[in-house]
Design a protein around this ligand. Structure first.
Ligand code: NAP
Length: 484
């Protein structure tokens, strides 16, 4: 770390450009998932603090909306540069509080930082339109305006990127915000807030509220008519609570929720490429990703070869503390995650699945689970119907393309699907028939700051990144003009 370890003087609330303790002085612990020890603690924001954070965002809103788009873009660009300059510190913090390896965390710094660069470029491309009314006699003008103060609630699995893909477009659009990071991983967001202040973001535009009382502080903020937008990344059950809560003040909402991604391997696929893709789609973030391949649907003719090759690769991964050299796979986030993943594996094995590799949690300390491949998994096993959020690859076979599509779509979720095939016509049919917001073709990675990330069905609505991302933070005013 370039300054104090774990950002000691910044483990407070960031409100109105100032670091301050929680009202009442409460704090809560941040745990190291590699051994269960206490890493440090941070301020435990209360409902009063939440109100103060919103007051600050509301006060900053008019001047920020009036700031020149180029100036907003340049602040984002400076923040992008600072994120890269402090990449080692951000990656280490993320690895410590979340468990992922430092190498993976570096990857997240690159990915998360790119949202700042992308939206620094989008800030100057906000425009409305001018057209002749079809019947003549008048002109139609549209004006884009920032939606106003926002609440961002982010999850623990990508502590940086899930923040920057909301903060980037909001800053670009001229919105102010209160960010509530996951209480298991608050440190990365606190450092990011510090970097934004250094980049010249005016006081009050970005406020960070760490809190262990997520439900209470969010409810209080959403009851306030001055809050105009809520963007949430997290689980589907919490997303549903927030959508219901948004109804009273009719806030605009973006919901990036859970997934249950099918990973389809057809008989004509390059199997080695499919295994490479599977390693990325399954093992990125130890499987703790909403885009993680959840169900491997493999054509019968290649299922044995795929299972064997994937098993070898998964079995060779080295578990350990994310900060240690030579480690491929860090711990899961907590002991509940280990128990939940273990229960899914046990249920599948009880229902007839065969363990190709892994299958259990190693002895402690830490919240580890061995990379696992299961073959011959019944289609209705819990591991296929629920979001695993861990390093487990269940393989089920299919006999025809129709069956593959039907099974892939047989989920309440609709975030990501992966398809491995060398047949172009089939690729087009898949893109059109899979009911998912994103489809990866012969690739295990879909995330890209220049692309619209988001889902359908129980995976939520709204898009982050791409040209679409900034629209989530803009309202449209239509102006009717006479022809003159
Ligand atoms: P989570 O339990 O829903 O928590 C996410 C955030 O919501 C945390 O900040 C949490 O705060 C907060 N929260 C919890 N209960 C709340 C409530 N009643 N009101 C307001 N906020 C509340 O999800 P998670 O376990 O952190 O994350 C895993 C889930 O996120 C998975 O389902 C995954 O698929 C999904 N995810 C989706 C995407 C996407 O882009 N679609 C990306 C990443 C993750 P506390 O930490 O204080 O509880």
């Amino acid at each position: 770390m370039s300054s104090e370890p774990l950002h000691l003087d910044r483990r407070q609330l960031f409100i109105g450009g100032e670091w301050r303790p929680a009202s009442g002085g409460g704090r809560f612990d941040v745990i190291d998932p590699a051994d269960g020890s206490v890493l440090t603690d941070v301020a435990d924001g209360t409902v009063d603090d939440a109100k103060a954070a919103l007051d600050s965002a509301v006060a900053a809103q008019p001047a920020w909306a009036a700031t020149a788009p180029r100036d907003r873009g340049e602040i984002l660009r400076r923040a992008f540069d600072l994120v890269n300059a402090r990449a080692d510190d951000l990656a280490l913090l993320m690895s410590l509080e979340m468990g992922k390896t430092v190498a993976e965390a570096r990857g997240e710094v690159t990915y998360g930082g790119e949202f700042l660069r992308w939206f620094s470029e989008e800030a100057v491309r906000i425009h409305g339109r001018w057209m002749h009314a079809p019947a003549g006699g008048s002109r139609l003008l549209t004006v884009k305006k920032p939606v106003g103060p926002c609440l961002f609630i982010t999850p623990w699995n990508f502590p940086l990127a899930m923040g920057t893909r909301k903060i980037g477009p909001a800053v670009a659009a001229g919105c102010t915000m209160v960010v509530k990071p996951a209480s298991q991983t608050p440190l990365t967001m606190l450092l990011l807030a510090d970097l934004f202040a250094e980049a010249g973001l005016p006081d009050g535009v970005l406020n960070v509220l760490t809190s262990h009382s997520s439900g209470e502080v969010s409810e209080a903020l959403m009851a306030d008519p001055r809050l105009r937008k809520v963007s949430f990344t997290g689980s589907t059950p919490v997303g549903k609570v927030l959508v219901r809560q948004s109804a009273d003040q009719l806030q605009r909402v973006s919901m990036e929720l859970g997934g249950n991604a099918p990973f389809l391997v057809f008989g004509d696929a390059d199997i080695d490429a499919a295994v490479d893709g599977a390693m990325v789609a399954k093992m990125r973030n130890m499987g703790e990703a909403c885009t993680a391949a959840n169900r491997f649907l493999v054509e019968e003719s290649v299922a044995e070869e795929f299972a064997e090759k994937l098993g070898k690769r998964m079995g060779a991964l080295r578990l350990g503390r994310g900060q240690d050299d030579g480690v491929d796979v860090g711990p899961l986030i907590d002991d509940k995650a280990v128990a939940d993943v273990g229960a899914l594996v046990d249920q599948a094995v009880g229902a007839g699945a065969r363990v190709v590799t892994g299958g259990s949690a190693p002895d402690g300390p830490g919240f580890f689970f061995s990379p696992t491949v299961l073959a011959d998994v019944p289609a209705d096993a819990d591991v296929n119907t629920q979001e695993i959020f861990g390093p487990v690859a269940p393989i089920t076979t299919f006999a025809s393309e129709e069956e593959a599509v039907e099974r892939a779509n047989a989920t309440e979720y609709g975030l990501t699907a992966y398809v491995f095939t060398r047949d172009l016509s089939r690729t087009i049919r898949m893109a059109e028939s899979l009911e998912f917001g994103m489809v990866g073709v012969n690739s295990g990675l879909v995330s890209n700051p220049a692309a619209p990330f988001g889902g359908v069905k129980a995976s939520g609505f709204g898009r982050e990144g791409g040209f679409e991302g900034i629209e989530e933070y803009l309202d449209t005013t239509y102006v009717a003009l006479p022809a003159g």
